[in-house]
Design a protein around this ligand. Structure first.
Ligand SMILES: Cc1ncc(COP(=O)(O)O)c(C=O)c1O
Length: 491
């Protein structure tokens, strides 16, 4: 940070002429903190060095710092002089109304969507047990991969991704998901979000209709809104997406987005009968199904249902998978399995829309799978998640019985989260979820995932258990009990 620049930026010429150097410095630092240019936790230069840099007496800096410490803007600790974290600090510069107005309608419609809380603690859904990831093993494999790299590996990657990773994915999908595909049907992406963006742009035009499960996954809603598609929410029931004949007649879709293995957010599983019916109707209406199989590796009770992609020969299905749940989200590696008739077009689109890279991570992941580490890790996590699921179901069942809460546990057979569904559909689950957030518990409301204004009867909470140690679960559920009992009995 250039402090001379900071002073000239945050004090006017007039102020600088009027004020002493100490006051100018004080003024500039205070304003920079208030306006967010100096963020909480950042360390200021020592008084000796800053005095040297500005060519002023050290005491001038010391007094300025002391004054700001007294006012609560700064604090001192072993690291030196630090900007204090003040909850009520006005955030950065005043909102720039003009630039907001300059935003496209498309961006405004995305910004109007509810923002889920930071996904890090409590029962935050979608977060795997990151503390259990074999990070040392991954680091050493990554190191080996880099050591084996040559100049050629620093060039742009093949548009569809590293061949060795695509081959490893084909093997994994065939063995564990019944997905039938050739190597060239697999395209590696930077995450499901990228896969969804690509599907939306490649297979639909602005204004085309896309069906989404209602309630449904916000990430998909964002991708489809960005592509200006018309989103039609189709209500789900306990067996997943439940379209009516009139939905097909009134709103025949170009695309249908589904999470059949573990519906997001309810956790319900699309029955085999419904899967076959959906494929049949989609074929008839020339619609393309996007099957998001995000957490299907974790099936806790009974054998997994095979993916829709492999259920019927040449089904109009694009299969999406991700390593965010089985490995870790920051890896940003996911994949699509596309029908044979669109391979060439899609690969060209990928190549023209973005130049690909991150070859080392892809090669490393291929080795991780090839050497059996992936299967071992998934198996270990499946066991762990089942224990955590059992602990959560037990604690919730006790709570429901003891407090006579009118709710049921659903969607616990698979994945990394379950849903606590309220029987009373008038419960304000968003207010309830906000109240829990104040206690540090993240449990997103089911109605937060409502699609558009179409009504549905899903009220309740999503509870992700993958990252919560079993021994912490009873305590967290107990912490929720008072708020839950009050909200539900008074509803
Ligand atoms: C339904 C669903 N699909 C996909 C993902 C993973 O997305 P990504 O691969 O972009 O991390 C998530 C993450 O929570 C999800 O909930």
């Amino acid at each position: 940070m250039d402090y001379a620049l900071l002073i000239s930026r945050y004090t006017t010429e007039h102020e600088r002429q009027k004020l002493s150097m100490q006051r100018s410095l004080q003024f500039a630092l205070r304003r920079a903190i208030q306006q967010g240019s100096l963020v909480a936790g950042s360390r200021l230069l020592s008084s000796r060095i800053l005095a040297q840099e500005l060519g002023i007496a050290r005491n001038t800096v010391v007094y300025a710092y002391e004054q700001l410490v007294a006012e609560g803007f700064l604090e001192t600790n072993r690291r030196g002089t630090i900007v204090t974290k003040i909850e009520a600090m006005p955030q950065a510069v005043a909102p720039d109304i003009a630039s907001h107005r300059a935003l496209a309608k498309r961006a405004q419609s995305i910004l109007s969507l509810p923002v889920p809380p930071e996904l890090s603690s409590g029962f935050a859904p979608g977060v795997p047990a990151l503390k259990e990831f074999p990070i040392r093993l991954w680091r050493s494999l990554l190191d080996k991969t880099w050591r084996a790299s040559t100049a050629q590996h620093l060039a742009y990657a093949e548009a569809a991704g590293e061949p060795s990773l695509r081959a490893a994915i084909v093997e994994h999908l065939r063995a564990s998901r019944g997905v039938e595909c050739d190597f060239d049907q697999v395209i590696i992406t930077d995450g499901t979000q990228s896969s969804l963006d690509l599907c939306a742009h490649a297979f639909a035009d602005a204004g085309d209709k896309v069906w989404m499960e209602n309630p449904g996954y916000m990430g998909a809603q964002i991708a489809f809104k960005s592509a200006q598609l018309k989103i039609i929410g189709i209500n789900i029931d306990e067996d997943g997406l439940a379209p009516k004949t009139k939905d097909w007649l009134q709103h025949p879709p170009k695309l249908i987005y589904v999470t059949p293995s573990h519906q997001y957010p309810s956790g319900s599983i699309l029955s085999l009968e419904r899967r076959i019916a959906l494929i049949g109707a989609a074929t008839q209406h020339q619609s393309l199904i996007i099957e998001d199989d995000y957490d299907s590796e974790f099936r806790h009770d009974g054998p997994p249902l095979p993916a829709m992609q492999g259920l019927v020969k040449d089904a109009p299905v694009i299969y999406l998978g991700t390593f965010s749940k089985t490995m870790f989200p920051a890896l940003r590696i996911a994949y699509m399995v596309v029908p044979k008739n669109v391979i060439a077009a899609l690969r060209t689109m990928v190549a023209t829309l973005s130049l690909r890279g991150r070859r080392t991570e892809q090669l490393c992941l291929a080795q991780f799978i090839h050497q059996g580490h992936f299967v071992r890790h998934v198996r270990r996590m499946r066991k762990l998640y089942r224990q955590r699921r059992d602990a959560l179901v037990a604690a919730l069942s006790t709570l429901i019985a003891q407090q006579a809460i009118k709710a049921e546990i659903i969607g616990d057979q698979a994945g990394m989260h379950l849903a606590l569904r309220f029987k009373d559909h008038s419960v304000d689950d968003i207010a309830l979820s906000n109240a829990l957030l104040k206690l540090g518990i993240i449990a997103p409301a089911l109605s937060l995932h409502r699609i558009g204004s179409r009504l549905n009867t899903w009220r309740g909470l999503m509870l992700g258990y993958a990252q919560v140690p079993s021994e912490d679960i009873p305590g967290l559920v107990k912490k929720m009990s008072l708020i839950l009992a009050t909200a539900i009995s008074s509803a």
